[in-house]
Design a protein around this ligand. Sequence first.
Ligand SMILES: *[C@@H]1O[C@H](CO)[C@@H](O)[C@H](O)[C@H]1NC(C)=O
Ligand SMILES: *[C@@H]1O[C@H](CO)[C@@H](O)[C@H](O)[C@H]1NC(C)=O
Ligand SMILES: *[C@@H]1O[C@H](CO)[C@@H](O)[C@H](O)[C@H]1NC(C)=O
Ligand SMILES: *[C@@H]1O[C@H](CO)[C@@H](O)[C@H](O)[C@H]1NC(C)=O
Length: 422
Amino acid sequence: MDFFMLLTYLFSLFHNNQTAGPSHSSPDVNSKIFNVFNYGAIGNGYADDTKAFMDAWEDTCNYIGSKSTMEIPQGRAFLLQPIGFHGPCKSKKIVFSISGNLTAPYAPYQWKCNEDYCHQWIEFAHINGLYIDGPGTIDGQGPKWWSLNCKKYEQACHRRPRGMVISHSSNVHISNIVVKDSPNFQMSLEDSKWIFVKQLTITADGDSPNTDGIHIQRCRNVFVHNSNIHTGDDCISIGDGSKYVNISGISCGPGHGISIGSLGRNGSKETVENVIVRDCIFRKTDNGVRIKTWQGGRGLVRNILFERIKLHGVTRPIIIDQFYCPHSQCNNHTDAVEIKNIMYKHIHGTAVKKPFVELLCSKSVPCRDIYMNDIDILDQDEGKGKKYHKRSSHPPAECINVRGESNGAIKPKLACLDSERH
Ligand SMILES: *[C@@H]1O[C@H](CO)[C@@H](O)[C@H](O)[C@H]1NC(C)=O
Ligand SMILES: *[C@@H]1O[C@H](CO)[C@@H](O)[C@H](O)[C@H]1NC(C)=O
Ligand SMILES: *[C@@H]1O[C@H](CO)[C@@H](O)[C@H](O)[C@H]1NC(C)=O
Ligand SMILES: *[C@@H]1O[C@H](CO)[C@@H](O)[C@H](O)[C@H]1NC(C)=O
């Protein structure tokens, strides 16, 4: 495999497809603004504004014109119960302008959920041409959900809602909003294509359960740029059916890093391909860049590039784990999700404990075409003049059943990668 070809190939795919993407919008000849205050919204943070928002949405979505804007004024907080903004809409371009704050009910028992099950708080679905813009805040009021005693309230823990969900949509642009404290995933992008996310701040407590910053599932052509994510789980997680995902300029931490997977649970066939993660910084995260799959699964992870990654005190900077099994005991299987064409380039910084690089692949389905170029990961206590007293029994790098190549300086050394092309 020529890795330069892989890179060129990745680029060409993104660019060829882009011509089928968003078209430039025409001047606003017939556009209209729908302000939630004209629909009875109170905006004092306590009165339920759900109905006002639904009514404003009806008109925004059904306006026949080139652009319609739903306006959420600044300086106010609007309490919303779980709510769905659904298309298809008649307007060519829908702007959802969040200048004020949207806030969820304060405590779990105050949430009004259909069928007694809250899947999510705010959902946008079946919309083509959606622009969600800030500078407002979306506050999912997660702390009361996180602190539930799950032994006592198992059902409630099980249905912690996701904060903001985009589904079955295309040509979606999300920018300049603050998403905070969702009970579950903060933002979930599902079954959609051509999604452009930038300049977001996503924050939740570093110990909050399952609060992935952005989860991507069954989406193609997703761009996530220049955002700060501090959360309790993965900053970005890329799940089954995701293709052509371009992530750059993410500052992650606290959190669990940027992950592909987990894939292949319960023998399922799951695939992720053509992902670029570039120019990201990880600060005190549990992982850096990670690929995780369950034993017994099927499917494929391929054509992934991790490039120009900076690490500050990361616990496990580079991981491929084909034996993912976080809670229960897992049986050994011969089936596995195949992992191939993975490139790591220019990854620098400090790690907390050995091993810094773990590539753990199965015997029956080894990882192939794993490529590393210019890796430099140091122990964070080394070279600082501190007394070095950590005696980890682990070597700095571990790899099992991996085939690939390295080029340039690689620290820690990886015995499993040939370095032929010096
Ligand atoms: C990924 O996004 C960055 C930032 O917008 C851009 O410079 C780069 O060309 C994109 N890469 C691909 C393959 O589209
Ligand atoms: C909106 O949210 C921000 C950030 O959480 C907060 O600082 C501000 O006070 C809130 N404004 C209102 C009107 O609730
Ligand atoms: C996996 O399969 C087992 C047994 O068939 C089932 O009990 C369990 O709920 C499944 N888990 C998931 C996440 O689908
Ligand atoms: C699975 O395989 C590993 C390594 O070959 C072995 O150490 C472990 O005991 C096996 N586990 C089970 C449940 O068979």
